[in-house]
Design a protein around this ligand. Structure first.
Ligand code: DX5
Ligand code: ZN
Length: 222
């Protein structure tokens, strides 16, 4: 991908849950490419959000793809259900999966794109054998669990390392590199410069007075 092709995936974690349908439509009309949907189970991360029923309802109003990020202890068991509920992209954590290759294959077999995510402390080396089975790698630039945290400065280096690893494996073109946590117009630049294809942003989009401007600014940050 070239830098102009970057996708913006606003995280609904920062949306007004009492008016979710309006919020979904609002970021779509402001130019969002995807909807980033954070599923948290209160075990893998110290926060609890929502699950399948809410995702089914979001799917019924969303025009753009659902980019579902499951932060749960048992992705191998629950991931297929999220695809059935409407996930177009389904990203699970490498730290939680018992068999990441089998799970990526299962997600693809159900018709979704398979993504893997890593906590900031997890070595990217662990990705090597899994890369050929993936469509997306989600680099966490905060410790997962909450919106509104500060961007971790080593994330751009991790993006560059994944890009190089994918290049060496001959799969760079099939894999999108996404970055999640503390993304704003300043941090987006560092991520894009090192190879990010997708910018996930909660606070920077849903918290902005002018969401169209916020999305455009992220998209054009170089
Ligand atoms: C954190 C979530 C993120 C979060 C990002 O665990 O995975 O998607 O919503 O929020 P901001 O952009 O506010 O850091
Ligand atoms: Zn997320």
């Amino acid at each position: 991908m070239t830098q102009t092709d970057v996708l913006v995936s606003p995280s609904i974690l920062s949306a007004d849950f009492l008016h979710l349908a309006d919020e979904i439509r609002s970021v779509e009309s402001a130019g969002a490419d995807w909807h980033h949907i954070d599923v948290m189970d209160g075990h893998f991360v110290p926060n609890l959000t929502f699950g399948l029923p809410i995702i089914r309802q979001i799917k019924s109003v969303a025009k753009m793809p659902l980019d579902v990020h499951i932060m749960v202890d048992n992705p191998d068991e629950v991931a297929p259900g999220y695809v059935e509920a409407g996930a177009d992209w389904l990203t699970f954590h490498i730290e939680a999966s018992k068999d990441a290759v089998a799970l990526a294959k299962a997600i693809r077999a159900k018709g979704a794109k398979a993504g893997i995510s890593l906590r900031p402390a997890t070595s990217i080396e662990s990705l090597k054998p899994i890369l050929p089975h993936l469509d997306l790698v989600l680099i966490m630039s905060v410790n997962p669990g909450f919106g509104g945290q500060a961007f971790m400065a080593d994330a751009p280096d991790r993006i560059a390392a994944i890009a190089a690893m994918a290049e060496a494996a001959g799969v760079r073109r099939q894999i999108k590199i996404s970055v999640d946590g503390g993304i704003n117009s300043a941090t987006a630049k560092f991520c894009r410069a090192r190879g990010a294809d997708v910018l996930v942003a909660g606070t920077a989009v849903y918290g902005a007075k002018d969401r169209r401007l916020a999305i455009t600014t992220l998209r054009e940050s170089k």
